[in-house]
Design a protein around this ligand. Sequence first.
Ligand code: R2B
Ligand code: URA
Length: 310
Amino acid sequence: DVDKREYDNAVRYRDGAVKLRNPNLYLLDQDILYHLALGSGSHDLVEMFGDVKFVCMGGTPKRMEQFAYYIMQEIGHKLPCGTTLLDISQYSYRYSMFKVGPVLSISHGMGIPSVGILLHEVIKLMYHAKVRDPMFIRIGTCGGVGYEGGTVVITEEAVDGMLKPYHETPILGKIVRRPAKMDKQLTKDLIALAHPEDPYDTIVGKTMCTSDFYEGQGRLDGAFCDFSEQDKLDYLTKLQKAGVVNIEMESTAFAALTHHAGISAAIVCVTLLDRLKGDQVMAPKEVLDEWQMRPQKLVSRFITQYLQRK
Ligand code: R2B
Ligand code: URA
């Protein structure tokens, strides 16, 4: 299924289909998406995924399965009688993927390397399946910086642990820097769907992305800690002054790789605690489960509205 359309450096075909910025791929006679347990030779990717519009990603397989069932109910998608949703990537033993009509719900694991590998393969999947103008949305959890647990945060810009708005990664012995930009319009469309009667706040701000949950996020409760509580508070206050409202572990890679591919993307996370008040995630499981529904609700409002308008 080698594409006849000629490669150049643009990121889209005129019809909106995702174009790859890698000429090597046009020379492969099949492309194996190893961590998804899919391939362009073994699967009819156009038939399986050609109708996808929304690619929703989040850390855990269970939450993304739950989101798939939730969105199924919200958009009124029906499964054949007596069947359940299938984890399309189950035999990868790496990521889980569920498909509900135009919505893909995929787990990305924890951290930049995990979400990065997944994005390479999902972006290629969009290309092989000839998907037009897909939107990628991360539905996640985070720590709040001055916001109590249960607050919904939409990322305006992602910054790294040095407060720089880039995703930096070594390639062939050189640091390659890519801007960690979100789609401004998609972010606006999402914030517009926060209801005044929602019993929690939905805010927009900068998201800091770190490579570690403990020392990397200034926690005092890791296996090691070589700084004082005052150092931690000074740092978090500095973040706050720079406009950072939450901290998580995937946003720079998610923003930069989608932006590099010309794909619209947004990040919606719920805070599990206010980092100015503590380090341990202490809310009871039922409370955490309810909080984790909040980003899902916002994204579901967006998807249902989009599909109704179509
Ligand atoms: C939020 O939660 C995870 C760490 O607990 C990580 O994947 C993230 O970004
Ligand atoms: N995820 C993070 O990365 N940090 C937190 O504090 C909570 C969830």
